[in-house]
Design a protein around this ligand. Structure first.
Ligand SMILES: [Zn+2]
Ligand SMILES: [Zn+2]
Length: 185
């Protein structure tokens, strides 16, 4: 599955936003504007103006609607919901080279950053669905994890997120289980 750099970064931004709200533990790592700036900066977003409290509120509120499309939601439901989000956000696609490279923005110029991030994330998720299928949008199978991820691997067989070591832990558990079943040596 090949994504352009721009779409790839937007997809990862969507994943980071969703995972900042840990649904199983209630832990939330997107509580302040500084945390939002950190999340966006790590995914290459250029913050050309200070983040406002409303940016934080809007992106926090967006998270459940982005999470909705992960983990086997019927594709028509996902697409309907993401399309509706684009309408709610007043999406207005246009090409810009404000940072030197031509790329899409999906909101009017000088729209609040939260709207720019939100529309870009939504379009990126729709692009994954259109190009590679909704099955790429998964929830980690790690015990007690609940993280979402996008499987960009060629075999399309990833089962675990890559941020909490869930794959390793499952591997160790399976190994111990096999040993236990074999009994004492
Ligand atoms: Zn831009
Ligand atoms: Zn995980």
């Amino acid at each position: 599955m090949a994504l352009s750099d721009y779409t790839g970064r937007a997809v990862l931004t969507a994943v980071d936003l969703v995972n900042s709200q840990q649904v199983l533990t209630g832990q939330d790592t997107l509580a302040t504007e500084a945390e939002l700036a950190g999340l966006l900066g790590a995914r290459g977003w250029v913050l050309d103006r200070p983040l406002a409290a409303t940016d934080l509120e809007r992106l926090r509120a967006l998270r459940p609607r982005l999470r909705f499309v992960f983990g086997g939601t019927p594709v028509r439901k996902s697409v309907e919901d993401l399309n509706a989000l684009l309408r709610d956000l007043g999406a207005q696609p246009q090409l810009t080279d404000h940072d030197g490279d031509w790329h899409w923005h999906y909101v009017r110029p000088r729209a609040p950053l939260a709207e720019r991030v939100a529309t870009t994330c939504v379009v990126a998720l729709l692009t994954v669905i259109a190009d590679s299928g909704a099955a790429r949008l998964r929830i980690c199978e790690g015990a007690g994890c609940g993280n979402v991820f996008v499987d960009a691997s060629r075999p399309n067989s990833r089962r675990f997120c890559d941020t909490k070591g869930c794959g390793n832990r499952a591997h160790v558990t399976a190994y111990r289980e096999r040993r236990r079943q074999r009994g004492p040596e």
